[in-house]
Unconditional design. Structure first.
Length: 500
């Protein structure tokens, strides 16, 4: 692969195939295709560039036109990347029950995320996307029906797999099913060029939309009329929406599927966790589910069989889902015991005489503030145009707690970041701190002032907000706070302050 690219879009695809050495039965070769190696961490990066560039070529997408799509998250993240590079505004509709990390990532990339009620399922977020596209003249990607979704997999994913097994047998290809683009696009190429390869599709055992054999009712454009009668809510985000996508139905009609494997949600979680701990490979619930299906195939496969299993994304999309249930942020009992096995740097005991003595360097002399710096501090604190000022440090978590409060409440303020490059020359940051110590009597940072009055540090500022004193002071100086915004200031403090 080349190592230089004109932009990040050139890094999509060419993801690795990795043989599992500990989880797979020894008599077979089980390879996983790790789509997390795509730049935004999922197989849907391929879909995103395929759909957008096809629309550009056909003229369906005009320069500067807004793109919109309904997505469980990964498609939206891929589209956000592509649209950022190409300069298209992006709106995503997404059911509220999908993981929070996904909506944050899309917004971080510049997309706008419109949530729909969980009770309306996938058809609800799809209907909202169609409605918005029609109302505003936006380009709707239609990932579930768009042939460009399947085409990109025929041109890339399928050829990558064939190239890896050019001189070797390929017995099974195992995939999950979301939009149907990966399934249709890869399966039709494998069937044409390697007809001996069995195509295996996994779906949730409690939501067997394909396995039911019941046809999906759909409109002339291929979109679903309503939820499929066999759909039930399940754990595998990105798999099996509450309807059978047109691209998936195409794969069925073309007789591309050799076997459907039902997968239990608990097995999906278990396999994702075991894959991380036994093989060092990080995937999400849908990847764990596909692996669970591939392990079922492996158990019955003949000796020497080569099996390829798709892992569609990274586990980082699932931090707030059941996949990470029981994975805490605080130390476990075992970890506490490890900490207690040596005397230093412990939370449960004061510094011990038995702890090793570390020679501390002599304290640096406190800088002496110049008259110019003292005058600067006085002018900043007394600035009637910007009565709220915070003297802060860029890296400090307590400073960020105050910043978050001001941002949530849309309160204008000035921040003087003492560790920034602007205040490094001649140790201006240190000189300012010396002036602040003299003025407020406090050595800590941040220090917050309103109209020249010292409020305090982070906790004092948050307390002043809770009891309304901060709002009253701001109002006296012409700064009004929106009373309709409700926030628990204590929730903004660093998480490690919470009791263990």
């Amino acid at each position: 692969m080349p190592t230089k690219f004109n932009n990040v879009l050139g890094t999509i695809g060419n993801t690795p195939l990795v043989r599992l050495t500990r989880l797979a039965p020894p008599q077979v070769n089980l390879f996983v295709k790790i789509e997390a190696f795509n730049p935004m961490g999922s197989v849907k990066d391929r879909l995103a560039i395929g759909v957008i560039e096809d629309a550009e070529r056909s003229g369906a997408l005009r320069p500067g036109q807004t793109v919109i799509e309904a997505t469980s998250g990964n498609t939206g993240i891929g589209l956000a990347m592509v649209c950022a590079v190409k300069g298209y505004p992006l709106v995503v509709t997404m059911a509220e029950n999908f993981s929070i990390e996904r909506r944050k990532m899309m917004r971080f990339l510049g997309a706008r995320v419109v949530l729909t009620p969980a009770a309306l399922k996938g058809t609800g977020m799809l209907a909202k996307a169609v409605e918005l596209a029609q109302a505003h003249g936006w380009f709707l990607c239609r990932q579930f029906e768009n042939e460009a979704n399947a085409d990109i997999h025929s041109r890339t994913t399928a050829l990558e797999i064939l190239g890896a097994f050019e001189n070797d047998r390929l017995d099974y290809w195992v995939t999950g099913c979301g939009t149907g683009g990966t399934l249709k696009g890869v399966a039709r190429v494998l069937k044409a060029q390697r007809p001996e390869t069995a195509i295996v599709v996994c779906e949730p055992d409690n939501s067997p939309t394909l396995g039911s054999g019941i046809v999906q009712a759909r409109r002339a454009d291929g979109s679903p009329v309503d939820s499929h009668p066999s759909f039930r809510p399940h754990l595998m985000q990105g798999w099996t929406p509450d309807f059978i996508p047109k691209l998936t139905e195409d794969a069925v009609a073309l007789k591309l599927i050799d076997k459907i494997v039902p997968v239990n949600g608990a097995d999906a979680l278990r396999c994702a966790r075991e894959l991380a701990r036994a093989e060092g490979i990080f995937t999400g619930i849908s990847g764990g589910a596909t692996l669970a299906g591939a392990l079922q195939i492996s158990a019955a496969a003949t000796t020497g069989a080569n099996i390829v299993c798709m892992l569609p994304d990274t586990g980082e999309r699932y931090l707030t889902t059941p996949l990470f249930e029981g994975v805490g942020v605080d130390m476990t009992t075992e970890e506490l015991e490890i900490s207690r096995s040596t005397p230093s740097a412990r939370f449960d005991a004061p510094a011990s005489a038995a702890a090793p003595i570390v020679q501390q360097p002599p304290a640096a002399a406190e800088p002496v503030a110049s008259a110019e710096v003292a005058d600067f501090v006085a002018r900043v604190i007394g600035d009637a145009e910007q009565p709220l000022v915070m003297f802060a440090l860029e890296w400090c978590e307590f400073c960020w707690a105050v910043r978050k409060l001001f941002a949530i409440c849309r309160i204008p303020y000035r921040s003087v970041d003492l560790d920034s490059t602007a205040y490094q020359r001649d140790d201006r940051g240190g000189q300012i701190r010396a002036v602040l110590r003299e003025r407020s009597g406090s050595k800590t940072i941040p220090q917050v002032f309103v109209g020249g009055e010292f409020i305090g540090g982070a906790t004092e500022t948050l307390d002043a907000f809770k009891d309304g004193r901060l709002q009253r002071l701001l109002a006296q100086h012409g700064v009004l706070v929106d009373e309709s915004i409700h926030v628990d200031p204590d929730s903004l403090l660093p998480g490690w302050l919470h009791p263990r």
